[in-house]
Design a protein around this ligand. Structure first.
Ligand SMILES: *Cc1c(COP(=O)(O)O)cnc(C)c1O
Length: 407
């Protein structure tokens, strides 16, 4: 029999290969790993090796940088929010991922993964999507590199997010309706993983957040970490010092890990992730995995998960589709365990109010996801401290949410 793959099992089941440290690839302390059926082990190993080689290849890095600059629109600005600063007594800077092509940070990752797919000689790409932002960003990158694209989407989400279905189709992607389970992102992800295991020889699976089996959480973090690298250099140039706090909303955790990573070693910089509090954590209608969840396995990774006492995944609720997912990226679970980052939540109502504030004060229509991060600074301004320098990651623009905002 083959040696068991240390990535497939939790560290305690394996005689603790990481000895409690985060050094085993694919593990973030006790979280992460590769909990998948056997048919996916080989494709994941192939992906891991190809990504490791691409990372070392100066040609790949140069091609990615060029795409980020000339197609995605990087670097994105760091904008001083003067009136929001006056209103809160803070000094607030906004990292403007809403200004990227397709309107959210998702494109940083899809351009990276589709470039990798092409380098691996894959003939087509597939993806999952909930709100449709990742589907649109994947469809755009696939079109640009001439690869056919199929996006799995729950029929519930297809109805709720019809404009994004139209965008994906316009960009040449096939949208595959998913009718199983709750017919939302969780089911679309299961279906995409199934489809990948049946077609991995010629198909690349573009996963949309810092989630899933190794190497996805690390690879997606790397592709998104450009956000934090830029923001750190920009704040040093503009303000001459590091911020007191960096704030980002947390769905699967990719925009937040993308901005946190550059500041991890700056111990004085507080890192705060904001989850979807929905109708309040006590109502049970939310997606606050760190308040209401406990460790478990979903879609190939061991992490904080909303589940019942039998380990059944619980339904989630958020006004923002992009935060409406029952699990959180495993690296966040570890950042929380070590105390390096803190996780709080903001409710639907707080996010709506924050979106309105930032519209009126700064002339920016934010995604409802991003509005959760703004809601936190509005609520906690006194505790953050008068005059404190704060960076808020504005993960996306809110055109897609306009109907909800006007209601
Ligand atoms: C998808 C999305 C999110 C949530 O995903 P993360 O992986 O947690 O970043 C947040 N904001 C916007 C605008 C999104 O499209």
């Amino acid at each position: 029999m083959d040696k068991p793959d240390p990535l497939c099992y939790p560290s305690w089941a394996m005689g603790n290969p990481s000895r409690g440290k985060s050094r085993t690839p694919g593990w973030f302390g006790p979280y992460g790993g590769r909990f998948v059926p056997e048919t996916l082990i080989e494709p994941l190993r192939e992906l891991e090796a190809a990504y490791a080689a691409a990372r070392r290849d100066a040609g790949f890095r140069a091609a990615l940088d060029e795409e980020l600059r000339t197609y995605v629109g990087r670097p994105t600005p760091l904008t001083f929010a003067g009136r929001l600063s006056d209103a809160t007594g803070l000094r607030v800077w906004l990292k403007r991922e809403d200004l990227t092509h397709t309107g959210a940070h998702k494109i940083n990752n899809t351009v990276g993964q589709v470039l990798l797919a092409r380098r691996m000689g894959k003939k087509r790409v597939i993806a999952e999507t909930g709100a449709g932002q990742h589907g649109v960003a994947t469809a755009a990158a696939a079109a640009r590199f001439g690869l056919p694209c199929a996006v799995y989407m729950g029929v519930e989400d297809m109805a709720r997010q019809a404009p994004n279905v139209g965008r994906m189709k316009f960009l040449g992607a096939e949208v595959v309706p998913v009718t199983s389970g709750s017919r939302t992102l969780k089911d679309a992800t299961s279906e995409a993983l199934r489809a990948w295991s049946a077609s991995s020889r010629d198909t690349f699976y573009v996963l949309g957040s810092a989630l899933g089996p190794h190497p996805y959480p690390s690879m997606v973090r790397d592709f998104q970490s450009v956000i934090g690298r830029e923001a750190r250099a920009q704040i040093l140039k503009a303000a001459g010092r590091l911020p007191r706090e960096v704030v980002a909303c947390v769905g699967g955790g990719s925009n937040s890990i993308g901005i946190f990573t550059a500041f991890l070693k700056d111990r004085a910089v507080r890192l705060t992730g904001v989850e979807a509090g929905g109708e309040g954590v006590r109502s049970g209608k939310h997606a606050a995995r760190f308040s209401g969840g406990k460790p478990g396995v979903l879609h190939g990774t061991l992490t904080y998960l909303l589940q019942d006492d039998d380990g059944q995944v619980l339904p989630t609720h958020s006004i923002s589709a992009g935060l409406d997912y029952p699990a959180v990226g495993p690296e966040h679970a570890e950042l929380r365990r070590t105390g390096r980052a803190r996780y709080v939540s903001a409710t639907d109502d707080e996010a709506l109010r924050a979106a309105r504030e930032i519209g009126r004060l700064e002339g920016i229509l934010p995604a409802l996801e991003s509005a959760h991060a703004v809601a936190y600074i509005l609520r906690e301004k006194r505790r953050i401290g008068r005059g404190a320098l704060v960076i808020v990651n504005l993960s996306g623009r809110g055109d897609k949410d306009l109907a909800t905002l006007l209601r």
